[in-house]
Design a protein around this ligand. Structure first.
Ligand code: NAD
Ligand code: UFG
Length: 339
């Protein structure tokens, strides 16, 4: 039996593949390489010394997915395949709804056809919306999303809840990620955004290696201790291990379960910049700029439910995230593109 990682060639998928392989699972990856490189899959094999079955397919392509399911015995699907740039989703909502919702519907339809009933989904803290106060807890109602990307997560959560109602044998774990950063300690895999990074951490690492001149801190007039926004940064390896913990849970329980994957701790923008400089002995030139529209001041998780249900909690701290992320970037200044 194998785990299918849909979108498994990407940032979180490759780190999760390593953890599943290390835990003894067979891993199949389906990815159209829209936002990733085949080299990343080869690096996963290098780290683990194990082979991955890789299908370069679009998960919206039903015939291709049916072929995969007929060739592989898939026990559980972990679904990362989606587009994730918030600003782009505002400009191209139809592309986001078509891809993110279409990929999920196709996966669920093919799973039904082949009798596969376990699903782990990459959701996001964004579904808590802007009304809920931090710490975000799974019992809170989902909020209003501020962009189409967020709505795709919201809607896919609803798909999965509805599928679980229709089929009492179906098990769906909806993992709401907070802010994954860092890289595998080997430095062989890490985050490799195309173009100008939208997120803070790859921006910091690219400034640190000289690829970009300056980090702009988006606002220092928020109602927080140092005026900059607070987020719950989680090491991507901890996040990956959360998926491995979710699979036995999905095997033992039916129905839909929402679980945060965060650390429960908030860190401000300036704190992470200073931690990065301190741990790595490097300067990150930065300047304060205006607020970024849509940002909320404080966003961090309640992390208790994951510990109670999955027996999982994040173990790595901000210093580990900064060290491992910089290690990846210094070993691969241009990401996977150099290969
Ligand atoms: P990523 O872009 O690195 O990985 C997503 C992968 O999915 C890419 O390899 C891409 O090529 C693939 N993909 C997209 N559409 C596809 C399709 N139709 N068919 C096949 N492959 C397809 O992103 P990531 O950071 O690894 O995120 C993984 C998942 O986690 C995404 O669903 C994302 O929305 C979600 N998430 C990410 C974050 C974050 O901060 N990185 C936070 C919350 C949720
Ligand atoms: N920031 C900067 N400068 C930058 C980039 C970001 O100061 O160049 C700040 C932002 O203003 C924010 C913080 O750094 O205060 C974190 O921003 P990110 O873009 O890294 O992350 P977000 O919290 O905005 O978004 C992330 C994911 C989304 C997800 C959201 C909610 O990228 O996919 O968390 O969980 F929807």
């Amino acid at each position: 039996m194998a785990i299918l990682l849909a979108g498994g060639a990407g940032y979180i998928g490759t780190h999760t593949a390593v953890e599943f392989l290390n835990a003894g699972y067979d891993v199949v990856i389906a990815d159209n390489l829209y936002n990733s490189k085949a080299e990343a899959v080869r690096r996963v094999e290098k780290i683990t010394g194990k082979a991955v079955s890789f299908y370069q397919i679009d998960v919206c392509d039903k015939a291709a997915l049916q072929k995969l399911f007929s060739e592989q015995k898939i026990d559980t699907v972990v679904h990362f395949a989606g587009m994730k740039a918030v600003g782009e989703s505002v400009a191209k909502p139809l592309m986001y709804y078509r891809n993110n919702l279409g990929a999920t519907l196709t996966l669920l339809e093919v799973m039904k056809e082949f009798g596969c009933k376990r699903f782990v989904f990459s959701s996001s803290a964004t579904v808590y919306g802007v009304q809920n106060p931090a710490p975000f807890c799974e019992t809170m109602p989902r909020g209003e999303c501020s962009n189409p990307y967020g709505w795709t997560k919201w809607m896919i959560e609803q798909f999965l809840m509805d599928v679980c109602v229709s089929d009492p044998e179906f098990s769906a774990v909806l993992l709401r990620y907070f802010n994954p950063i860092g890289a595998h300690e080997s430095g062989l895999i890490g985050e490799d955004p195309q173009g100008v990074p939208n997120n803070i951490f790859p921006y910091i690492t690219q400034v640190a290696v000289g690829r970009r001149p300056l980090l702009t801190v988006f606002g220092d007039d928020y109602d927080t201790p140092d005026g900059t926004c607070i987020r719950d940064y989680i090491h991507v390896v901890d996040l990956a291990k959360g998926h491995v913990a979710a699979v036995p849970y999905a095997e033992a329980h039916k129905g839909a379960e929402v679980i945060n994957l965060g650390t429960g701790k908030g860190t401000s923008v300036l704190e992470i910049v200073h931690a990065f400089e301190h741990v790595n002995g490097v300067k990150v030139p930065h300047a304060i700029g205006p607020r970024r529209p849509g940002d909320i001041a404080v966003n961090y998780s309640s992390a208790d439910k994951a510990e109670q249900l999955l027996g999982w909690k994040a173990e790595r701290d901000i210093e580990d995230m900064c060290r491992d992320g910089y290690h990846w970037q210094t070993m691969n200044p241009m990401g996977y593109a150099e290969e």
